[in-house]
Write a protein that binds this ligand. Structure first.
Ligand SMILES: [Zn+2]
Ligand SMILES: [Zn+2]
Length: 336
């Protein structure tokens, strides 16, 4: 038996004793140590999610120890802590072969990680599990999954070094994108309306623009131009408002998920005459997960600033409440 935080429906999660996952020959059992609360977990908890039907266990940003492996898996993982991707592409379909494994329809995935143990398939252990080095705090390594998504967003937005990039939204993802752009040599500016979030971005060493009423009006007057704009929130009306600020040939990216009934209305002038590309970004490839791991190993201190608080699993409700509080960035749950 094991302890798990079972999601039972909107606003309802309970710590329960449930069966420890049974592993097959090509699976391993991981003793979870720490899990990050993701925006998706919060959304699911607050308004439900078509991909996560209750009862189920949420949580996909985790580190842990590989304590048991099936017959078909090499057993040299030892006592170290590993950061493990929650999913990878099948590696065989056309989408995977084209290098777009984030879109694979046949992904390998792990179980939900707000539990003492989680089941991991051999393919993920072989291709997307990395040892947390001594000296790197485990809670920082939990950022590998959201950082991989940020790296994917940067790639899709063609926000390569020396490019001016406007990142709209200073939530955990906007900040991860901003910090990483800076690390990679691009010139990011973070736009945000919330004062607390603006301060957090500044504390991370990022340049900011206040998108509050007056700030936004000034911005519209000044007309700064960007190679790429990355929309890291769900404000669909900002797409048509901000597209004129992309330089000809530049890129506008929808990074954040939009509400289900959202519809876009854009002046096609920008797409045809200005050749602005509108792109989306969702998830990550296993290569990007490895890149995220490398970046965290290189600069744990800057990324570590995004960790606001660590809660125990018994206090999971408090932890979710904290994750909804704008003054926090990343909330971590300590499992074992
Ligand atoms: Zn996540
Ligand atoms: Zn595939």
């Amino acid at each position: 038996m094991m302890k798990a935080a079972v999601y039972k429906g909107i606003g309802h999660m309970e710590i329960e004793e449930i069966d420890t996952p049974h592993i097959g020959d090509s699976e391993a059992l991981v003793k979870v140590e720490m899990v990050g609360i993701c925006g998706t977990d919060v959304k699911t908890f607050v308004r439900g999610h078509p991909m996560f039907q209750p009862p189920c266990i949420l949580g996909h940003e985790f580190v842990g120890k590989i304590i048991k492996v099936g017959e078909n898996i090499r057993n040299d993982f030892g006592d170290a802590t590993y950061v493990i991707a929650p999913y990878i592409g099948c590696g065989e379909c056309e989408l995977c072969r084209e290098g777009t494994s984030q879109l694979c329809r046949n992904k390998y995935g792990t179980g939900g990680a707000f539990a003492e143990y989680v089941k991991v398939p051999a393919e993920i252990l072989e291709r997307a599990a990395f040892c947390v080095p001594d000296g790197i705090p485990k809670e920082v390594m939990v950022l590998a999954e959201p950082l991989a998504c940020a790296i994917h967003g940067i790639e899709k937005a063609r926000a390569t070094p020396n490019k001016k990039v406007l990142v709209v939204g200073s939530g955990p993802m906007g900040l991860l994108i901003g910090i990483t752009l800076k690390n990679l040599g691009s010139i990011p500016v973070i736009a945000e309306i919330d004062e607390i979030r603006l301060n957090i971005a500044q504390n991370c060493g990022l340049e900011t623009i206040d998108f509050g009423k007056e700030g936004f009006e000034n911005f519209m007057k000044e007309k700064p131009m960007y190679n790429s704009i990355i929309l890291a929130n769900d404000k669909v009306d900002l797409v048509s408002k901000l597209i004129p600020f992309v330089i000809p040939g530049g890129t506008f990216e929808l990074f954040g998920g939009m509400p289900k009934d959202a519809r876009l209305e854009i002046d096609p002038y920008y797409i045809h005459y200005e050749e602005v590309s509108i792109v989306g970004s969702f998830g990550f490839t296993e290569e990007e997960f490895k890149q995220a791991y490398d970046l965290l190993c290189d600069d744990p201190d800057t990324y570590g600033k995004l960790i606001s608080k660590i809660y125990e699993m018994d206090d999971i409700h408090e932890a979710f409440k904290a994750a909804m509080d704008k003054s926090n960035i990343k909330i971590i749950v300590n499992i074992n």
